[in-house]
Design a protein around this ligand. Sequence first.
Ligand SMILES: [Zn+2]
Length: 538
Amino acid sequence: MAKYDNNFVDELRARLSLVDVIGRRVPLVKKGQNYWGCCPFHNEKTPSFSVAEDKGFYHCFGCGAHGDIISFIMNTEHVEYPTAIQELADMAGLKVPEYKPKSPERVAAEDSYFDICEKAATEYQKLLFTPDGAVALEYIKKRGFTDDMIKKYRIGYAPKNNLIASKFVDVKQNNLLATGLVRRGEYGLYDFFRYKLMFPIFNPKGRVIAFSGRSLDGSEPKYINTTDTELFHKRMTIFGFNFARDEIYKKNRSIVVEGQIDAIQMQCNGFGETVAPLGTALTEDHIAILCKSNRNIIFCFDGDAAGQKAATRACSIVLPFIRDNSDVRFAFVTGGKDPDEVLKSGGRDAMNKIINDAVPLIDFLWKIANTNYLVSTPGGRVQAEKFLDTELKKITDKKLQYEIEQEYRKREFNEWRSWKKVDTPNIKLPDIDQVTKNSLVYIVNKFPNLSSQYAEFLSSLDISFDSDAPELGLDETAAEKFIVSLKLKKYLEKLENERKEKMVGMMNGENYTNEEIADINTKITEVNEKLEKLLYIE
Ligand SMILES: [Zn+2]
């Protein structure tokens, strides 16, 4: 049996759905957790062949046939392992990497790299607790790290002068260079990390393979990571995964945050399933690694422009991995904070609220289309539709792709603008508060276009628009949303009055039916949904 890079075989498993692959040959029906069909390995009329997508294997209760995605291809198509791998790679749209067996010299070299990284982590941590490391220790304590956390994550300190280059003199220079911890200069080897707070980077098995160093003197960049080495491939390594793996299984989801300090604080505050990419760029390999456990991911990014950009990228990357039972969501930490700060100011509850408010992938993708294109114009709508088409094509589960397309057909770009047509009662607003009044005065004076568009509604309000109002940071779209939400609130008030009237009328023996009241209740629910939607759609 030819050998393949384990990473590649794992990636194949992560990319392909067992149910899809088996479903091409055997009609499957979902019953409970698993899928069932008639066994392709023995003759039967009632299904006893089950497929467990989450566990990645099939099992026949009739003949005992059992295996995974690779053995299914081998046994149904009667092909050898390499052919099965090639076929699966074609299905996944991946190229099979050439397999190069490791020579004993290479194995020995790798052992030496692991050994160097391990010893370096120990040395860095020792230094953190010396007077020389005081600045670093003070910094990490200020960020809310306890001694236990420092030990668990093996945080350390790289001094201003050479530590590795001067201390690891009995190690072969080439091996030392291969770990990325030292470089060769004019005067010999020098340390790559100097005057840094050191975070070891672990492989999934918990072995140190690289480091991430945070600058301590305010110099940029804030973080530098070991450049790619034989042990460490940045695009395939997720920070915190070795600690999070069990929790990702247990909680049946993972949370992805932007920074490594955020990931550690999340892990230590009840969100053990949290990881972070190294640097901001999330890759397909990162998603593939997470999807080995399950396909439920919550991306939690900062609310700023960079966070939005990262989320848009994540959305595009995750699409090929979603299945009909995936739950992928996007959460944003607003108010210029990051998860670390939220946990410090509001604790676990505040963070839970942000996670629970996360927007489902399909709504987030819709929002991107509505935000990035000028959907108030015909050309913009065409561009937005083309964008959505391109994105949806990335979904490998074709049935799911079709269903999402159908769902989008029902939606209208800028649908909230049509909500302004609601029938608002012409009654004064005695309860209108000062903040709302000020906002309206500001809007009317700042956006003449809106004030003429909504003239009838605005003049029905008991407000003098001649007064001055404080400056608000609203753009025209936000201002229009504000007016539409007010109209919806008035409409809601009208519906609630109607309902009250009819209820009272019914009790007084008047001729109202339950259907009429149910009808009003449906309308009330709809308006409430619209009001809620207005908060996050563009
Ligand atoms: Zn069977």
